[in-house]
Design a protein around this ligand. Structure first.
Ligand code: DOR
Ligand code: ZN
Ligand code: ZN
Length: 324
């Protein structure tokens, strides 16, 4: 048996408010606990999006009675609402910036918005940029504000961040479970493979594992993004995977295969997220690191009721998750 502090998932979409038919905090929390996760950072790309102090407070009031896991919430930024986001930062763990158009309207197009944000930010700035890290690195150089790159997925991005870190810039790199475990060769997923940023090459995937080993990667997260199968299988733009119920088993499988260490798990899923997002003690999780099992539909806790990992053989099973 192995005992670790409860894991922190630095990037989830639990879909409240507005898309409770995909997930809510009862099903999301059950999935988290099944995966050894006792704390999450939940994204503001809700319906309606979370742009203001009032939006954040309403979201906190909705979530609190329906969950027993810890949560932190970044506030979303758009060109029209950047000042409201800055005014809301006391209640937020950071800012979330989408640099590509997003179905919720949470989107930053103008450099002027980024200048305003970087001037006023006193919390970590979380970036989603499907085009890479270069645009934002210029702002980090100019303003020296902590900047967290969500779902770094290519060898090129990771190498640019390694260089930025070597120069002393306050940048942090997140990688997701799906960019570690899946790549463009996973054709069997068909339309269900759609995710932003997309699945990459086997060489990119290998570079992400190496980045964990080298310490360039700061956090491992799920980007748990539930959509119904009807949505995934239709022509709509339903990008993303659920996965939080398999968090620790997927990591322990990596340990069994020599891809990372238990210390890497603690660093990327407890210590670093605690510092970045201001979590307290996270309880503990006990797992059987020798248990070999195959994921079936019966193991899924997410409301969306599908998983890209069904059929995958894993080594490591969560035995008990305890909250503080
Ligand atoms: O694939 C994705 N799904 N990428 C994102 O950035 C958003 C997420 C979602 O909310 O579904
Ligand atoms: Zn994203
Ligand atoms: Zn996301």
């Amino acid at each position: 048996m192995v005992t670790l502090p409860g894991l922190i998932d630095s990037h989830v979409h639990f879909r409240v408010p507005g898309q409770e038919y995909k997930e809510d905090w009862m099903t999301g929390s059950a999935a988290a606990l099944a995966g050894g996760v006792t704390a999450v950072v939940d994204m503001p790309s809700n319906v309606p999006p979370i742009f203001t102090t009032n939006d954040l407070q309403k979201k906190i009031d909705l979530i609190t009675p329906t969950t027993n896991i810890q949560f932190r919430l970044p506030v979303g930024v758009s060109d029209a609402t950047v000042q409201a986001a800055l005014d809301a930062q006391a209640l937020a763990c950071g800012f979330k910036v989408f640099l590509q158009p997003h179905s919720t309207g949470m989107f930053v197009k103008d450099d002027a918005t980024l200048h305003t944000l970087y001037q006023g930010a006193e919390k970590v700035i979380m970036i989603h940029d499907d085009t890479g890290v270069e645009r934002i690195l210029k702002f980090v150089e100019q303003y020296q504000k902590p900047t967290y790159f969500c779902h770094v997925s290519t060898a090129k991005e990771l190498s640019a961040l390694a260089t930025a870190k070597a120069q002393g810039l306050p940048v942090y790199a997140e990688v997701t479970l799906h960019h570690l475990w899946l790549d463009q060769t996973n054709q069997q997923l068909g339309k269900r493979a759609k995710v932003n940023p997309p699945l990459r090459t086997a060489a990119d995937r290998a570079a992400l594992w190496q980045g964990i080993h080298d310490g360039v990667v700061d956090t491992i997260a799920t980007d748990h993004a539930p959509h119904t199968l009807a949505e995934k299988d239709s022509a709509e733009d339903a990008a993303g995977f659920p996965s939080i119920e398999f968090f620790l088993p997927l990591l322990l499988t990596g340990v069994a295969q020599g891809k990372l260490t238990i210390e890497d798990i603690t660093r990327c899923c407890v210590t670093n997220p605690t510092k970045l997002f201001g979590f307290g003690p996270t309880g503990q999780v006990t797992a059987d690191e020798t248990a070999i099992w195959t994921v079936t539909a019966a193991d899924i806790k997410s409301k969306c009721a599908w998983s890209p990992y069904v059929g995958m053989a894993l080594q490591g099973k969560v035995v008990r998750t305890e909250l503080t």
